[in-house]
Design a protein around this ligand. Sequence first.
Ligand code: G6P
Length: 369
Amino acid sequence: EQIEKGGYEHFMLKEIYEQPSAISDTYRGRMLPDQGIIRMAGVDDNIERISNARRILIVACGTSWHAGLVAEYIFEDLARIPVEVEYASEFRYRNPIISENDVVIAISQSGETADTMAAIKLAKEKGAFVFGVCNVVGSSISRETHAGAYTHAGPEIGVASTKAFTTQITVLTLMALKLAKHKGTISNSDFRFHLQELERIPEKVKEALNSDEHIRGIADIYKNATNCLYLGRGFNFPVALEGALKLKEISYIHAEGYPAAEMKHGPIALIDEQMPVVVIATKKGHYEKVVSNIQEIKSRKGKIIAVVTHGDTEVRELADHVIEVPETMESLTPLLTTIPLQLLSYHIAVMLGKNVDQPRNLAKSVTVE
Ligand code: G6P
C-alpha cells in the first residue's frame, strides 16, 4: 500500500497532487487548441441529437452532483441549452417529466452508484438520450448509457472525491465548448481562447498546490471549529458546496455551503467570532458583490478565509487569511478554487487524527439505495 501511495501519507493527498496530470490526461487527444478543434467520439457521433436537446438534465450524487452544478453554469453560458441538475435519488422517485427531446447526462466517478443507475434506466424508458461521464472504464453506468466520455483521471482510492471532480468539470467543459461551436453560440476566437486557457490549467493547478504549507497553517488555527460556512457565487457556488462536503466527509466538522448572497436569508445569523467562513472571492465572478458579502461577515466578527486571485489587494485588507490561486477565465476558476479547499479539509482531518482515506460511515461507491 505504501508503494501505491507513491510517497504520500494518504491516497487523498496523492490524488489531490495528481490533478495537474489527471486534468491533462482528460483533455489530451481531445483538443487541439492551435487548430481550434475538439474531438470527443461520444459527442461527435451524436452531435445533432445533443445540440438540438430541448434541455439537458444532469443526474448524479455527491461530489459528482456538484460537478453537474458547475456544468449547468458552463453549458448555459456557452451552449445556451437550458440545464437542470438533479440528485439521482430524487429524480427517480418524483415522476419526472422527460421527453425524447431531452438529453440526460449521468455523472459518476465509479459508474456503479445505484441511484444514478436507476435514474438512467428511467430516462431511457422515457426515450431520452443518455450520455455518461464516468471515470471507471467498463463500469455499469458506462455500459448502460447510449454514449459517453471517460474522465481518464486514473484510479481514485480516497473515499472523498478529489481528482474525479476536477476531471469531470474538464470533460463537461470540453463537451459544452464543442456544442457551443456546433450551435454557433461561441465565436471562433472565444472558442480558441477557451482551449488555450484550458491547456494552461494543469500548470495553474500546480501553482495553486504551492499554497499547501500556508493552508496547513490555516488548518492548524481552525481545526477545533465545530462549524464552518463556505460561500461562493456563480461558477464558484458549487465549489462552496463541494468545499463544505469535503470538510464534513473527512473531518466530521459540520459545514455548510451557500451562495454568498443567500447568506442574508439565514446563515448570517450563525456568524460570530467563533465561526470560520471560507469565501471564494476570485476576480471577475461578481467580485465586488462578494467583497460586500465579506464586509458583512467582518462586521459580525466572523473569521474570514478567502480564496482570491493572485495579486488581490482589496480582499486581503478585509480577510483574516487569503489563499491565492492564479488568474484564469471565469468559467475555469472552479478547477483552481477547489484545490485549496481540498487541502484545507485534508489537513484539518489529519490534524484531528481522522481516517482520511476511509471516513466512518462512508463508502467509495454506493451500490445500494
Ligand atoms: C459516494 C462517495 C462520494 C461520491 C458519491 C457519488 O458517496 O463517497 O465521493 O461523490 O458516492 O459517487 P459516483 O461514483 O457516482 O461519482
